[in-house]
Design a protein around this ligand. Structure first.
Ligand code: SAM
Length: 212
């Protein structure tokens, strides 16, 4: 998702009370940032943030961090926060390649990846958020019993991800090729913006949950 560049969006984000600047040394300080010891769940590539904001609303005892590469996209999420503020959520505008600069070892409990960019060319495989290179990063920042949850409508990216989970030495805990028809896995499912769009077009939604 890349919206047109919105002039001034970087400045708005820099001053926003829900945004943590990428330059802030927040590694190891997330419990202080939130002012409690609650678990920290993150979504990488949150887009406009519909999914993570709904989770934060439903689970006030969990802290959420939304990560988004583009300020123009993140800005849309921040506008929604102004309308319905939540205390248990923060945002970072950054490329997730640098995620280990922002979170300490085992500082997070769960990572959500939703409708991640497919990067269809083989030579770009390592940019996919479910590549073995990204699982190495997740291995560092996730608690030992932490999990990665991934949803997509893209069968090629999903099949690639199943292989990468195994290559990375992780375990597949749950897998479905039609989430919305899977009674067990669909319980409590919060739809993302892309999920709403693609399921309305009749695409099945694929989901996996991985752990170590
Ligand atoms: N998760 C949302 C959903 O399901 O509706 C948005 C999906 S959109 C296809 C993918 C989003 O991930 C885009 O907003 C994109 O900017 C962001 N993104 C892609 N690669 C990223 C990266 N390396 N770091 C942070 N955000 C990234």
């Amino acid at each position: 998702m890349r919206l047109r560049n919105i002039p001034g969006s970087r400045e708005v984000i820099a001053e926003n009370r829900w945004c943590i600047p990428e330059t802030q040394k927040c590694k190891g300080t997330w419990h202080r940032i939130f002012g409690n010891e609650n678990p920290v769940h993150i979504e990488i590539g949150m887009g406009k943030g519909k999914f993570i904001m709904e989770l934060a609303r439903q689970h006030p005892q969990i802290n959420y961090v939304g990560i988004e590469k583009y300020s123009s996209v993140l800005l849309r999420g921040l506008q929604k926060m102004e309308e319905a503020p939540l205390e248990n959520i923060r945002f970072i505008r950054m490329d997730a390649e640098n995620i280990c600069e922002m979170f300490d070892r085992e500082e997070t409990d769960r990572i959500y990846l939703n409708f991640s960019d497919p990067w269809p060319k083989d030579r770009h495989a390592k940019r996919r958020l479910t590549s073995r290179q990204f699982f190495k990063r997740y291995d560092l920042i996730l608690k030992k019993d932490g999990i990665v949850e991934f949803k997509t409508d893209n069968v090629n990216l999903f099949d690639f991800s199943l292989e990468e989970v195994k290559e990375a030495g992780w375990r597949l805990d749950e897998v479905t090729r039609d989430l919305h028809q899977d009674f067990h896995m669909n319980q409590g499912n919060v739809m993302t913006e892309y999920e709403e769009k693609f399921s309305a077009m009749g695409h099945p939604i694929y989901k996996l949950i991985a752990s170590r």
